[in-house]
Design a protein around this ligand. Structure first.
Ligand code: ACO
Length: 143
């Protein structure tokens, strides 16, 4: 009996892990002058919009339900992202709640003309699955 229970729990976390891997979202942007600030680096508000969108894509792929953003946790801007670079966003589900999902987003800045890449920004966004009345609903069927 306990073996059967252990087996079910293992299968369940394996399914979640597999789903997290499948739903990871990667978006690459070219940092052109139109989206930079007076320091000639990427405007922070633009980075936040990209992060929310990429996190939304990962969360939607994970659950295939209607989602709304309910919060963003602390966002750390560790390095500036200069004009004329590439910015890669990677979003991954890090927590599956009852009606909510947390998604971590990291941005890496990449030189266009050299093989150099470094971590620039990190943040976490929380989404809630909503039903037709816009009330919270279960985010994952077997949770
Ligand atoms: C994709 C877009 O651009 S959406 C546009 C921007 N977003 C919006 O307009 C959303 C506006 N907000 C809302 O409609 C409502 O606040 C809702 C539907 C998100 C949540 O409704 P509430 O009645 O507050 O939900 P409730 O208190 O039941 O919490 C639901 C879940 O959200 C989580 N939650 C609620 N508030 C927060 C918060 N500030 N931070 C993190 N998680 C939160 C709860 O922990 C719960 O998670 P769980 O079920 O996994 O345990």
């Amino acid at each position: 009996m306990s073996n059967a229970l252990e087996q079910t729990q293992t299968d369940y976390s394996d399914i979640i892990e597999q789903r997290i891997n499948q739903s990871e979202a990667r978006v690459i942007k070219a940092v052109f002058p139109a989206i930079t600030n007076h320091h000639n680096t990427l405007f922070g508000g633009e980075a936040l919009a990209w992060m929310d969108e990429t996190a939304f894509i990962a969360a939607t792929r994970f659950c295939r339900k209607t989602l709304v953003t309910v919060s963003s946790d602390r966002i750390d801007f560790k390095k500036p992202i200069p004009a004329g670079t590439l910015a890669e966003l990677i979003a991954r589900v890090i927590h599956v709640g009852n009606t909510s999902l947390k998604v971590e987003v990291n941005i890496y800045v990449e030189n266009m003309y050299q093989d150099h890449r470094e971590h620039a920004i990190r943040g976490v966004f929380t989404f809630v699955a909503v039903d037709e009345q816009r009330n919270p609903t279960q985010v994952w069927p077997n949770r």
